[in-house]
Each structure stands twice: as structure tokens, then as C-alpha cells.
Design a binder for this molecule. Sequence first.
Ligand code: ZN
Length: 177
Amino acid sequence: MFGWLFRKTETSMPFKVGEDGRPRPPHFPGLLNAESVTPTDLTRAIEWSIEWTKAEHASVDELFQEAKARLNGAARRKNFKHANSLDMTVRIVRQVAQNNRAFKSRRALPWVVFRTGPQEEPCKAALTSNGALASAEVGFNLPLDGCDQSICKCHTRGITKRELAQTRNDNGWATLQ
Ligand SMILES: [Zn+2]
């Protein structure tokens, strides 16, 4: 009866666009574990990744079950048609959950560090930010505005006060080596 509530996509809200002209990632307030993403949030993540990877021919329906399986630990399936969109869906859900967890544990781990992914050619935006710190309250909204990759493998992690002390410098925006 309420099936229409879940019908997508032509009427979905457009994504904000960054200065680089690419869609900014969604937020999922309250999501702490990627495996327990709601159908609504997962749908939104897929819509975003389809736009991000410019896979207009892909649909949420094609990606939904596969994304769910991957988030629950299934291995990457060979020859899946929309592999890039699927990868970015999984990445964005995990990243948003991690940002939310970092915010939640901001007292114990007040800072997060940004790292470029294990890519041979990380995006320019990432190169200039590798090792940058942000408060866990604000965090990093990945992919960074200016990312020019299809698959962004950048990530963040919380750092301890002791790690922070090792990075102390004058402007407060330290860089971890
Ligand atoms: Zn990137």
C-alpha cells in the first residue's frame, strides 16, 4: 500500500554540487554501522554513487541487493555490471557511518586524520590534504570537493591525544607524517 513511498528516482531530491561540479555525498544521521543501513539511506547512497560515477544507465534496483550483500561482508562479485557505482556505494555508506562514529567518540578521540587511499594516482584534492587533521566534530566529508577520481579510496581515522601531541605546530592545523 505504501509502495509508492519507495519508488524512485526521477523525483528524488537533487544532490548538492561541489565547486568541482560533482555531487556532494549524502549524510545519514544516526547511521553508526554500515551493515544496518536503512533501505531509504541505501537507496540514497546508490543514487549518489550512480551520479558520482556517471553511470546513468545503472538503476537503484540493479544495485540494491548487491550493495546490501557487500555491506554484510560478501566478496566483490566478478563481472558485476556496475562495479564502480557499487564500490562507491559501499564506500560512502561505510564512510558516513565512520564519520558518525567519530563524532560520537569525539571526547576520547577528538581528532581525525585524512589519508589518501592506496591509489597510484590519488586526486589532487587529496594530495594536498594527506595527513591533514580535523576535529572529530567536523570531520572530513569524503570524497573531498575537488576529487577527480571515479573510485575515491581516501579515508580517515581517529587519532589519540598522544598522536596529536607529536604533530603540534604553530597554526593548529598540524600534519601527521
Ligand atoms: Zn578522491
